[in-house]
Design a binder for this molecule. Sequence first.
Ligand code: ZN
Length: 305
Amino acid sequence: MSPDVLICPACGGRLTPWRTWPSAEPDLGPARVDLARCERCRTAVSLGDPVRSAHSAGAYRPTRPRGAHLAAPLLSVFDRQRLSLLPPPPARLIDAGAGRGRFVAAARLAGYQAIGIEPSLRDVDPTLGLINATIAEAPIVTGSADVVTLWHVLEHLEDPEAALGELRRWLVPGGTLVLGVPNLGSLQARISGGAWFHLDLPRHRTHFTVPGLRQLLRTCGFVPRDTRHLLAEHNPYGMWQSLVSLATERPGYLYNLLKHNAPALSPDLILTLAALPLLPSAVLLEALAGLAGAGGTVAVIARRA
Ligand SMILES: [Zn+2]
């Protein structure tokens, strides 16, 4: 978003200068990013131009993460929780921003007729038939989907309203949208500030609050039905990693190490290992935050009006 645009992309309220926070990937662009925040819904935006290489370089470079095989059972648990948010199969499902297509594969196994679209294809199983396109470009027939999932994508987009308008076009009337985003109103965001794992500058462009996201959904022709704060996939790790990042030099050190994006020989490794015993406390704290409606990320389930 350019600095001369001072309108909240979520609710249309007024944006005012807020904070300047460190980039999680200073090698990709500016070391710090200015944010402005909405006076009404408290959603924030990253100012300045987007970093062109942000979705193909750094932690997003096209290589398999370290320990990918060890993580497979955990990822399967996460996929099952995401599947539990959907209406039951049979249904035609589109996963927008499908990454490597892991969720498309899980949805097919669960009985959905699933396809995925992804603008930056990396290391993809060709049998999944992912469509290499942005949401705006994807050749999706109007009203051809019963369910659309948009999982940790909306915060990366320059024009979230336009993207949601396109997803609405894909869905049948009464169809379901399942949307996952980081929650700027969360406990972990509040206590870790610029060290918040899900701030992910410079990739994240809009930092939604739940009121902002629900307002945007209504503006785009959706009826928000349910907001979930207890999510295994991003929330417990996000709490722990955000707390650890308050102490390490590199934000999200463990995540970056697994993504081949941080050196193993680093004082941050020692700090990270020393913080492992904090994990159960962080999981408990995040669970309490989730129960209080302040989870680190949220899933919103909405119906196409
Ligand atoms: Zn707003």
